[in-house]
Design a protein around this ligand. Sequence first.
Ligand code: EZ4
Ligand code: CO
Length: 402
Amino acid sequence: MKIIGADVIVCSPGRNYVTLKITTDSGLIGWGDATLNGRELAVASYLRDHVCPQLIGRDAHQIEDIWQYFYKGAYWRRGPVTMTAIAAVDIALWDLKGKAAGLPVYQLLGGAARDGVMVYGHASGGSLPEMLDDFAGYLDRGYLAVRAQCAVPGGDKGYGVHRGHQLYEPASGSMPDEERFEVGPYLRFVPEMLGAVRDRFGYDVHLLHDAHHRLTPIQAARLGRDIEPFQLFWLEDATPAEDQEAFRLIRQHTTTPLAVGEVFNSIWDCQHLITERLIDYIRASVSHAGGISHLRKIFSLAELYGVRTGSHGAGDLSPVSFAAALHLDMAVPNFGMQEYMGHRDPAGEVFGTTWTFNNGLMHPGDAPGLGVDFDEKAAERFPYDPKYLPVNRRTDGTVHDW
Ligand code: EZ4
Ligand code: CO
């Protein structure tokens, strides 16, 4: 199965997505996701200018060799742009191998290790009553796990709070929006918010919260301790993720389970977190951490140390990589939870999917490959539309982690 074409398509159906199309002499086509929120064109160029020409003529079945060729062959290793580009190639090749074999990708990864993949939805609100009503909606729709985010009273809107009736989407504007964050009111409000969820909905639903890398280790330790009574499934991204050592301090103070990793791009970003058991869930994503092949290695390392998976699944991961995540989630023994934020309209006009949602569990479907189609004609109707993630500042103007 020789590769005869490799093309990059940038489109914006609801938000920007970068999609890699690999064409083979067998007539089969594989799809990969190369979306890196706010830096889309850097990955598109990395692929178009440097990777696609070197793909032509290779055997699409040699997934591991091609992965190593682009990782070791570039000499310059790791980094989100490089690893997202390699991920797109890897995801497209797994899609092709599944299509060639006539099997869904999860079968190639060892087969189903569970009936379905537990996902969590995102409840949010500009006020506590609004958030609680949104939370109730997720339970009505059958979710077994829900993340709660809420604007801090008297403060700025805060991370993770949707506007109107649309799904939350943080990227907006051809220049980054500026948001404000003050840690004191946040640390006082979060226990109240999580307590209100438990008061209204009890303890059966799995409850999650994302601190979005905004706390210092000692602040995170205090928050983890304050919310212990509310028995979270996990506290996400407590501190800036590049500081692996910070988690040791948090760990010493709290039994609240810790999850981190949506900005990681390789196994080297989480080696100590995993081998020193500083976290409970590893949240690296298939599209930003080198594809199915590399994320599977991270998950295998995690399995050795009792760390479970919790893949990133925001709307800026296209349906192609969300499907890839579901296939991997089905097959790994140490699956924990999958984030499912959903994709805004009109993404469904460009991406056709086969996954299903039943009683809180998702299944990737049994179509050969990943089970995602990309409509190139439809994509032409949604040209690239520059958008950036917000920049965050403290009240005194100091730039802070967003
Ligand atoms: O901010 O994917 O858990 N999910 C998240 C996401 C991230 C975005 C960044 O592009 O934290 O909302
Ligand atoms: Co997050």
